[in-house]
Design a protein around this ligand. Structure first.
Ligand code: ATP
Ligand code: MG
Length: 358
């Protein structure tokens, strides 16, 4: 079955004053000049999946200049079921989230109401850049499909923040640290297990896709690189304690995990060409789609933010040909090259100054 965003209503969201969008079940294209609001629209959809923006941690920034609050309403359907997500962002107050008019206290309760996979030009740097993006890749996906994981991760990061504050304030004695470390290890090991399982599955799927894109020339192997192994987790934390106190931060744990990518046995991060690294990212994202489909039984919604223009024609075609039975929302400055391929079957919307002109 397929998950579909039926409609999106935005009020005073960034440069958008009041906008109602209805989406088609297949491919939707938002096109227009730079700085018109295309990414803002995708960002608001991302908000409904993740409860926060990818671009900013300060929700006030999402409110249109000069206004006091912003509002997002998204309606998503899964077969005969429909869910309504409301997000109310206020200048002087915490943001309010509701699903089907019921207030969501814990953001983890929102996860999975709408499942999205966002692919943006920054993702094309996933292989090359630092490990935090790769951890986000794992977490964003696992949190959307696995409530226990989301809870463990929130608890882990809360404990980590508290531990780091103790270290900074020089209030960390051995007894207190023992208590923190025991819990960090407990949640850390559970998180590691899930990440390992996730990467094992993604690896199999991404390799098939990667071989397909490269016409059999390249084999891709994705590995999970945990900071410590589960059996040595507690020991390593203890060994690092003196260093932690000295540097006033926690140096061991799942917040230091990473992933690696090998192409034909070589490290793609160090030896891969830019094109190869981009192909890895495409394989990763499309593998994610497959993964979610299997896990939740619905096709997630694919958001492509300006990513096609960054890719050569054959890779563009590969992506466009592989999006079947999945609602897709694409942003782009031009329409010509995309329209050639899919224009006939797409719902095309022109974005100008925070508004849509059909
Ligand atoms: P590009 O093609 O360059 O990616 P875009 O159409 O995706 O452009 P967006 O990032 O969606 O552009 O929108 C950017 C516009 O939104 C900018 O003009 C910016 O000034 C405006 N903007 C951002 N935040 C706010 C806000 N809080 N209030 C009003 N306008 C805002
Ligand atoms: Mg944009």
């Amino acid at each position: 079955m397929i998950m579909i965003i039926k409609s999106l209503h935005l009020i005073n969201y960034r440069n958008i004053e009041n906008l109602d969008i209805e989406f088609d079940q297949g491919i939707n294209i938002l096109y227009g000049n730079n700085a018109q609001g295309k990414t803002n629209i995708l960002e608001s959809i991302y908000m409904c999946a993740a409860g926060r923006s990818l671009r900013t941690h300060i929700s006030k920034e999402l409110i249109k200049f000069g206004k006091d609050s912003a509002h997002i309403q998204l309606i998503v359907s899964k077969g005969v079921f429909k869910d309504k997500i409301n997000i109310h962002i206020r200048k002087n107050n915490k943001k309010g989230i509701a699903v089907n008019n019921v207030h969501v206290k814990n953001i983890n309760d929102l996860f999975g109401t709408v499942n999205i996979i966002l692919f943006s030009p920054e993702d094309l740097m996933l292989v090359k850049e630092g490990p935090s993006g790769r951890r986000r890749y794992m977490d964003m996906e696992l949190c959307q499909i696995n409530r226990l994981y989301a809870d463990d991760l929130s608890r882990y990061y809360r404990l980590l923040r508290e531990r780091n504050t103790l270290l900074k304030d020089e209030k960390a004695d051995d007894v207190t640290l023992d208590v923190y470390d025991e819990q960090l290890v407990r949640y850390g090991i559970r998180i590691m297990d899930e990440r390992q399982k996730f990467i094992n599955e993604i690896n199999l799927k991404a390799d098939l896709i990667h071989r397909d894109i490269t016409k059999g020339k390249e084999e891709l192997e994705i590995k999970y690189i945990p900071d410590v192994s589960s059996d040595k987790y507690g020991k390593k934390m203890l060994e690092s304690r003196e260093r932690d106190i000295l540097y006033k931060s926690t140096n061991v744990g799942i917040h230091r995990d990473d992933m690696s990518f090998n192409i034909n046995g070589y490290n793609g991060r160090e030896y891969g060409s830019q094109g190869q690294q981009r192909t890895i990212c495409i394989s990763l994202k499309l593998a994610e789609v497959e993964f979610v489909k299997e896990k939740i039984g619905y096709s997630p919604i694919l958001l492509l933010d300006d990513v096609l223009s960054e890719l050569d024609r054959s890779r563009q075609m590969y992506i466009l040909n592989s999006i079947k039975d999945i609602q897709t929302i694409i942003t782009s400055t031009g329409i010509d090259d995309i329209a050639d391929n899919i224009g006939k079957r797409a719902n095309i919307m022109y974005v100008e100054n925070g508004d849509i002109k059909k």
